[in-house]
Design a protein around this ligand. Structure first.
Ligand SMILES: [Zn+2]
Length: 303
């Protein structure tokens, strides 16, 4: 939290940011395309910064359709050589476009955590909201035991969420074994399976309570391509200690959570990103209707 005084009358709104990493061929571009298509359909403005040289294939028509912004950073890697350019680009996009979401697609060799560090630098730390690092892993690569050292290890170990993509290329009987292989490298971060990058996009950008209200009681249309997740609401009692909230959330098998709680210590913004539970003082109070309401996303119980 930034402790310095602000002389602005209003602080900028917080924009959630997603870092998407994974080797060439992992299928992360497909995930980006799904995010863009979903956003275009729902009128959400995405600013995409891509550092993935050569593999683009981003549908430019899609980008043009609903004022999405797209910037390519070339000539190096965003987690190291180009980190200043990344910071500058974020600032420019915030000033000129003020998108609803940032998506940063890194090159195959980038380290997601090092990329995320740029969100905490001035002045990005004043407008970036919750951030998450997602690493897309090619199931086929795991099955064949290819390139599982070095950068691969560094990438998956800094993931908030791992997407095990292309599981359809591996016999289902081998899934437990390849997942165990990934678990040896990264035991804790949540792991979801996907075919052709089809993941529940709520995991990447969780809905807020307002969005849940708008969706109403009708369940989302079921997808046969990805694992099922359920979104629910938890209403912690007013005056609950932060510690108790944290304990509740870290044992709830959650992949994401987001909302506001009236705790013993005061009003708090509560977020779960993979294995991280973050409870912080919000910069401004949310509308009354959102108080004491936390959106939870977890794997649906197997039926
Ligand atoms: Zn780098």
């Amino acid at each position: 939290m930034n402790g310095s005084e602000r002389d602005e009358t209003t602080s900028p709104r917080r924009i959630p940011a997603l870092v998407l990493s994974g080797f060439l061929g992992s299928g992360k571009t497909t995930v980006v395309q799904r995010l863009l298509a979903d956003a275009a359909e729902r009128g959400i403005r995405v600013a995409l910064i891509s550092n993935e040289l050569g593999e683009l294939g981003i549908d430019r028509a899609l980008l043009g359709k609903s004022d999405q912004a797209y910037i390519e950073l070339e000539g190096g890697c965003v987690c190291c050589e180009l980190s200043d350019d990344l910071l500058e680009t974020l600032v420019e996009l915030q000033r000129e476009i003020d998108p609803d979401r940032f998506v940063i697609e890194t090159s195959g060799v980038a380290l997601p955590y090092d990329t995320q560090l740029n969100f905490w630098r001035e002045p990005a730390c004043d407008f970036i909201g919750d951030d998450m690092a997602v690493v897309v892993v090619n199931a086929d690569q795991l099955a064949e035991g290819r390139d599982l050292e070095g950068t691969f290890v560094d990438q998956v170990q800094s993931a908030d969420l791992m997407i095990l993509n292309k599981v359809d290329l591996v016999p289902e009987t081998d899934w437990p074994e390849i997942e165990a292989r990934l678990r040896e490298i990264e035991p804790e971060a949540p792991l979801v399976r996907a075919v052709r990058g089809d993941v529940d996009l709520d995991l990447l950008f969780p809905p807020d309570v307002g969005e849940l209200d708008r969706r109403g009681p009708t369940p989302k249309s079921p997808s046969h391509h990805h694992e099922q997740f359920e979104t629910s609401e938890w209403n912690p009692d007013a005056g609950m200690p932060c510690e108790a909230i944290e304990a509740h959330l870290s044992n709830a098998g959650l992949l994401r959570a987001k909302g506001f709680a009236q705790t013993e210590e005061g009003l708090r913004l509560v977020q779960v990103v993979g294995r991280r539970v973050e409870i912080s003082e919000p910069e401004e109070a949310p509308p009354k209707a959102l108080l004491g309401r936390i959106v939870l996303i977890r794997r649906a119980a197997e039926r």
